[in-house]
Design a protein around this ligand. Structure first.
Ligand code: SAJ
Length: 406
């Protein structure tokens, strides 16, 4: 039996995949409401293809519980928040989940940590917990780090098709864990040591952050000289060794905008490029704000409530708002005591900010300037409806003339 601890964005789809492939799985979470919802057959967040997967997992007998179970394999996928002020990882949840596992696990149990952790976290915080308990590492408990790589919006496909990394102390355990993940993952699975697994995960997200920052910096340069950055990127990417990403209103999510800080926090003297990239990406919401101001001036619009931000999530077609560029932008506006901008997102049903509309029509009717912050399919399908507005398209999705860009 496998006990998957943490039934959030990563733990739940992973538990479902394992159950679908015939494993006996218990999904554990301390959030009673969440567990009750799953027990009632109701998913707790939206994700492509997850409904069918959930049904198959139920048929295969997946269980959900607030209790940890006595078993030989655990997968810990609890949040690893970062402390905004210090930019360091907060390992509290992983430590406490490890504690709870140690209370119940069988001798020789495999403890797999999937949560993203900053390089060195397992040596610094998890090993000592196991030793403190008097357990022998590699005998009583086997420690593994198997960081996930899936992207919200395409998680189920990527669980099956993305190569994986397994960090272990002992290769026999590595082979066992590889076999477990092979039950649903059809791609290459590399076995390495724990520190290398930690580091490569953070490096992957840092790589993307740096590359997005390059595109964003180009967008800023092109703005000052009034050139079309998208055209330039399109042409440059024809070169066989060039692959520039897309500029945007900022970088959000719980991964790319967070993980590079772990390296900056630990190696401040060595991370010039990484820190600069972070700063560029963090500056994008302010860049959008300046664009809004310029366009309001150009059209002599003085009332901020005539401006509407479309999209609250950190990227298209998901309902995840963590660290989203729109929330960053609203925060900056608030710092300048600018209140009243209107907001709409078809994926965000709960009211999480002021002046948030439930209905798209009402939202559109009340604004003059529409700022597209997220390229949801919904807005692409409603292009006709927004054509008469002044549009600031930060995602380059409007195919018609007269639209303002980043
Ligand atoms: N973005 C741009 N321009 C681009 C691509 C993305 O501005 O060309 C922005 C997005 O709009 C978004 C942010 O970057 O705000 C991040 O989005 P993303 O889709 O690139 O990635 P995430 O954060 O959803 O997921 C990442 C993935 N990592 C990499 O691509 C290296 C995913 O595979 C990881 O599993 C995930 O982080 C994680 O959990 O670490």
């Amino acid at each position: 039996m496998i006990n998957v601890i943490g039934q959030g964005y990563i733990g739940l789809p992973t538990a479902l995949m394992l159950a679908k492939s015939g494993k006996q799985v218990v999904g554990t979470d301390y959030n009673e409401k969440l567990i009750q919802s799953l027990k009632n057959g109701k998913l707790t967040f939206e994700e492509k293809s997850m409904d069918e997967l959930f049904k198959e997992a139920i048929v295969n007998g997946i269980e959900f519980s607030t209790e940890y179970h006595k078993t030989d394999t655990y997968i810990i996928s609890v949040p690893t928040p970062y402390v905004k002020e210090s930019k360091k990882l907060d390992p509290t949840y992983v430590i406490s989940a490890t504690h709870s596992v140690l209370e119940v696990c069988e001798k020789g149990a495999i403890l797999i940590i999937e949560s993203t952790v900053s390089p060195g976290t397992i040596d610094r915080y998890i090993r000592p917990e196991i030793e403190k308990k008097g357990y022998l590492l590699g005998g009583d408990v086997h420690l593994v780090h198997a960081p996930e790589r899936i992207i919200p919006g395409n998680m189920i496909y990527e669980l099956e098709h993305n190569p994986r990394t397994i960090g272990v102390d002992d290769s026999t355990v590595g082979e066992k864990v590889k076999e477990l993940y092979s039950s649903f993952c059809k791609a290459d699975i590399v076995i390495t040591d724990i520190r290398t697994a930690e580091m490569s995960k953070v490096v992957e997200n840092t790589y993307r952050d740096v590359n997005i920052a390059f595109a964003n910096e180009l967008a800023k340069i092109c703005r000052t000289i009034n050139m079309d950055v998208y055209e330039i990127i399109k042409i440059a990417n024809k070169h066989p060794r060039v692959n520039i990403l897309q500029p945007g209103p900022g970088v959000g999510g719980h991964c790319i905008s967070v993980d590079p800080w772990f390296l900056v926090g630990d190696y401040p003297d060595l991370t010039n490029l990484i820190l600069t990239a972070r700063k560029i990406n963090d500056s994008m919401p302010t860049h959008v704000l300046k664009r809004i101001r310029d366009i309001m001036r150009e059209h002599d619009i003085k009332d901020i409530s005539k401006v509407g931000l479309y999209g609250l999530t950190y990227k298209e077609n998901v309902d995840d708002t963590r660290e989203s560029p729109t929330l960053q932008l609203l925060e900056r506006m608030e710092e300048h005591l600018a209140f009243g901008v209107k907001v709409f997102d078809p994926y965000v049903k709960d009211r999480i900010v002021d002046h948030q509309f439930k209905n798209f029509e009402d939202f559109i009717n009340e604004i003059e300037i529409l700022v597209i912050m997220v390229g949801h399919d919904h807005i692409k399908e409603n292009m006709e409806r927004i054509k008469d507005k002044l549009i600031i398209d930060t995602k380059n999705i409007c195919g018609f003339d007269g639209v303002y860009k980043l």
